[in-house]
Design a binder for this molecule. Structure first.
Ligand code: ADP
Ligand code: VHF
Length: 389
């Protein structure tokens, strides 16, 4: 190991074009928000908030995933803050610091800011996944800025792993983002941790996360951040599998952040493994299905077959077997041929009550509505008929 050194390499960094994007998830780490070690500071958040505002003015949408609650809570407690890494103590600090962290972003945003707290478990459970997705979609429609953090009170993964990087990747897939932006206190992925290896070189472009690339990443170089480059590459891997490229950059360099608005990345670009559409279709095709089916009439079968329609209640004849809201279900035609599969917004009992009804009757029939699409076209994949089947 050689001597540590400053890692301000802005001049030496490769520059590349940021992929075209309409919706991005921006992850901001604790090291930036609590850069001076005395709680939250607007020092670097200002430029990032300006980037979000100018992206919004260009007609783009940004979902912010922000860390910093623990650092903010620690600063509030001053000398009474529990030292060390006891999980319950960090959870309490996160609960204390969450409101100030949201307040910081609100103070920098002209638009209203919405707090969204999620756990990894929420996103593994398909029903909650759909609910979280619907809420985030609605927030984006309302034109507000969603600020996501892990719900640290009930989830400890994050506090052990610094997993807001991974959370950001999952949120990117959840909101169907076309880019994951990770702002950190380091300007790129280096061939080794540049705080430890003075000969480490920045890597401008990663086309695939091979074992050689993954081996470059070390843990966090600070006490505020927790995951280091390792969790950033894990996150990039998740995003890549969902068809989303990742950009890593220094969120504390105003010029770097400004350049993003002009479509230039001074940092590391990690390519997606396939297109978002291919990744999604692959997932829909291979996700395990619940033991249930929805039978549709000839009109609905035709509409679904063109690949652009959602399944609405009117085209449903019946539902059978067992499935719940969020389950993957098979869709069959009147001859009981399998024509599609998709994530169902309603459980089997609800689908039976809605079968053949007009979309506007949903609320009357159920007393609530998860939307007019029983299976949304984004969640649907067509199964090509086998010859003679
Ligand atoms: N190969 C590497 N390239 C760049 N940074 C690395 C590498 N390995 C480890 N790191 C460390 O990762 C840190 C960033 O992660 P982290 O401390 O978790 O920050 P954040 O709070 O932004 O998530 C850097 O400051 C650096 O010390
Ligand atoms: N969710 C917690 C911890 C997150 C954390 O430290 O992550 P990071 O700074 O992104 O490595 C918080 O808001 O403080």
């Amino acid at each position: 190991m050689t001597t540590p050194r400053s890692v301000d390499n802005e001049q030496r960094l490769p520059v590349c074009a940021l992929p075209h994007w309409r919706r991005a998830v921006l992850k901001v780490g604790s090291n930036l928000l609590a850069a001076d070690g005395r709680g939250l500071t607007v020092r670097y958040a200002q430029a990032l908030a300006d980037f979000i505002a100018s992206s919004h003015a260009q007609g783009r949408q940004v979902v912010l995933v922000s860390s910093g609650a623990v650092a903010a809570g620690r600063a509030l407690m001053r000398e009474h803050a529990p030292a060390g890494s006891d999980i319950a103590a960090r959870q309490a600090l996160a609960a204390l610091g969450q409101a100030p962290m949201i307040a910081l972003w609100q103070s920098l945003s002209a638009r209203p800011v919405a707090q969204v707290l999620l756990t990894h478990d929420d996103l593994r459970n398909r029903r909650r996944y759909l609910n979280a997705r619907a809420t985030l979609r609605e927030l984006l429609l309302l034109d507000v800025l969603p600020v996501v953090n892990e719900n640290d009170t009930v989830a400890v993964d994050e506090l052990k792993l610094g997993d807001n990087d991974n959370l950001a990747a999952i949120v990117a897939a959840l909101v169907d983002a076309d880019l994951l932006l990770i702002a950190s206190d380091i300007d790129a992925l280096y061939t080794a941790d540049p705080r430890r290896e003075s000969t480490a070189q920045p890597v401008g472009h990663v086309s695939a996360l091979t074992p050689r690339i993954l081996a470059m990443a070390g843990g966090s170089g600070s006490t505020a951040g927790t995951g280091g480059m390792r969790t950033k590459l894990e996150a990039a891997g998740k995003a890549a599998a969902a068809g989303i490229p990742t950009a890593l950059f220094h969120g504390g360099h105003a010029a770097t952040v400004q350049a993003l608005t002009d479509g230039q990345l001074h940092g590391t670009l990690i390519d997606a493994a396939s297109s978002r559409m291919q990744a999604r279709k692959y997932w829909l095709r291979h996700a395990p299905a619940a033991p249930g089916r929805i039978r549709v009439d000839a009109g609905a079968a035709l509409a679904l077959g063109n690949g652009r329609a959602s399944l609405l209640p009117g085209g449903i004849v019946d539902a059978e077997g067992e499935f719940q809201r969020g389950d993957m279900v098979e869709i069959i035609d009147n001859e009981r041929r399998s024509i599609a599969r998709g994530l169902c917004q309603y459980g089997v009992a609800e689908v039976r009550r809605l079968a053949g009804r007009h979309s506007r009757e949903i609320e009357d029939r159920l007393g609530y509505s998860y939307g007019v699409e029983v299976v949304h076209r984004d969640d649907l994949v067509i199964i090509k008929a086998e010859p003679n089947s």
